[in-house]
Design a protein around this ligand. Structure first.
Ligand code: AMP
Length: 487
């Protein structure tokens, strides 16, 4: 039997003395999750509003997918891919972008036989070995939409709208930068004109642009260096090189954007970095990012990619990707409030028997599905539990102690008004539902006026004498009385 050659893993160049995240990668801590969750929520809602269905593709792909799809002369493939040869000798890469993977899936699963366009929504991490800086990470997150199998300009406009809507729904003001880079044929002519123009000025270009001139001249237009930026003012304009079909397509896209009253500018200098784009391309810049140094997202049409990756010829497609890291950073910069979900009911307990009963009750409440629940059964002190409930800003707390276990009752505390009442243990779920309905309608609940309540107790923001009777936690109770539970 032939022996499989297993490549030896090379020794790492550097070993860090302190264990920390890999350069350019970061942790997203629990306290930041609310922003990410909100972005995911909005992305998901947009995908539903426009009928894009979720797809998850693997994080590892064959390198060839991006070499062929994104283009061997692009920054991503030339220098930014995290690639390695695995134990089986395959050349693999941590995906640097989402579109090529989605197109691979479309081809691999024969989705061209479905009703076209097939519309995908995705979200997840991407990896590029870029120079880490603010807004540029080596692991970053995108959500994106891809519509494969249709060339109607209404689709381009709707995708542009979807990206803008997602930012708008998150409270971020942005301006759409839109351009057309035509089809392969018109672009070839345009590239020649660009090279001719820049050749006479090559001494004035930055090193990077000098390098790019022969290989990817479109990129000279979106160089951020001051010298290169001023040179582009007199450069040939792509719109003059579009053939009739491309021009018509673009005019229709623009017509829809006008109709939808979207804030856009025609920007002849955005070219996007990847080879696969054709015709419409666009980016989203925050309203105060006038030079587009930190685009929040972008996309475009890629009519040639499906064929390049082995699919059917003439399969048009269009898509976009939004940078979640930059969106979250913008939300924080602009102090955009993220509505926090308030837990409905906290279950507190005092004493061993009560804890057991509370744990079982908690499972019933959780399964009921009508309310969100929380607890801190790892704490024995009632004071500590109420502090936790208070910090969570829960709406109601159920308190069960030894006396309540004996009585078959439970104390229900309205955390906002500080009013408490004793209710029958068997009626908890029904009573809670009623109070939450009122609460969510915004009604001020006066439990003391509740006709059905058998044991109305008027409270004034401290814990009731019901708890005071729990002698074994006297100290706690005194502390609790001092707690200011008013919001
Ligand atoms: P692209 O896939 O290059 O078209 O990028 C789409 C969006 O992803 C950009 O507009 C950025 O918001 C975001 N993005 C791209 N690269 C990075 C990165 N290295 N770090 C953080 N966000 C990124």
């Amino acid at each position: 039997m032939e022996k499989k050659v297993v490549k030896e893993i090379k020794k790492p160049k550097k070993t860090k003395r302190d264990l920390s995240t890999v350069t350019g990668m970061r942790d997203i801590l629990p306290q930041d999750q609310k922003y990410w969750e909100r972005v995911r929520e909005v992305a998901k809602q947009i995908s539903k509003d426009y009928d894009y269905e979720r797809i998850d593709t693997p994080i590892l792909e064959y390198s060839e997918l991006f070499v062929r799809g994104v283009g061997s002369q692009t920054d991503i493939v030339e220098k930014e891919m995290f690639s390695f040869v695995d134990q089986g000798g395959d050349s693999l890469v941590l995906r640097p972008e989402g579109t090529a993977s989605v197109v691979r899936a479309y081809i691999q699963h024969g989705l061209l036989n479905h009703t076209q366009p097939v519309k995908f929504f995705y979200e997840g991490p991407l990896f590029r070995h870029e120079k880490p800086q603010s807004g540029r990470y080596r692991q970053f997150f995108q959500f994106g939409f891809e519509a494969i199998g249709e060339d109607n300009p209404a689709l381009d406009a709707q995708l542009i709208l979807m990206g803008w809507n997602s930012l708008n729904d998150l409270g971020i003001e942005s301006v759409i930068q839109v351009n057309s880079i035509g089809c392969k044929e018109c672009r070839e002519e345009y590239k020649k004109a660009l090279v001719k123009y820049y050749k006479t000025k090559s001494k004035l270009l930055c090193e990077n642009c000098k390098n790019k001139m022969g290989r990817n001249p479109l990129r000279l237009l979106d160089c951020k260096e001051e010298g290169c930026r001023s040179l582009r003012e007199d450069s040939p304009q792509i719109l003059d090189y579009l053939d009739d079909a491309c021009k018509n397509h673009f005019m229709k896209v623009i017509g829809y954007l006008d109709e939808l009253d979207l804030p856009y500018v025609l920007n002849p200098y955005i070219v996007r970095g990847l080879d696969y784009y054709t015709r419409t391309i666009f980016e989203y810049w925050a309203i105060d990012d006038v030079e587009g140094k930190n685009a929040l997202g972008g996309g475009g049409r890629y009519d040639g990619l499906i064929k390049i990756l082995g699919g059917r010829e003439e399969t048009p497609a269009c898509g976009l990707a939004m940078g979640m890291d930059r969106i979250v950073a913008k939300m924080r910069e602009k102090n955009i409030e993220v509505p926090e979900e308030r837990i409905d009911v906290f279950v507190a307990q005092l004493g061993d028997a009560a804890k057991k009963k509370a744990m079982v009750m908690y499972e019933n409440l959780r399964k009921n599905g009508s309310f969100t629940v929380s607890q801190a059964f790892h704490k024995d002190s009632l004071k500590k539990q109420l502090e936790i409930a208070n910090k969570m800003r829960v709406k109601f707390t159920l308190i069960i102690g030894q006396k309540e276990v004996g009585d078959g009752t439970i104390m229900l505390r309205d955390m906002q008004g500080g009013v408490q009442e004793v209710i029958d243990f068997n009626k908890i779920e029904r009573e809670l539902k009623k109070r939450l309905e009122k609460y969510n309608e915004g009604a001020v609940i006066d439990l003391t006026q509740n006709e059905e309540s058998e044991n109305k107790i008027e409270m004034s923001g401290n814990i009731s004498s019901e708890i005071e009777s729990l002698e074994d936690q006297k100290e706690d109770i005194e502390e609790i009385e001092k707690l200011d539970l008013e919001k």
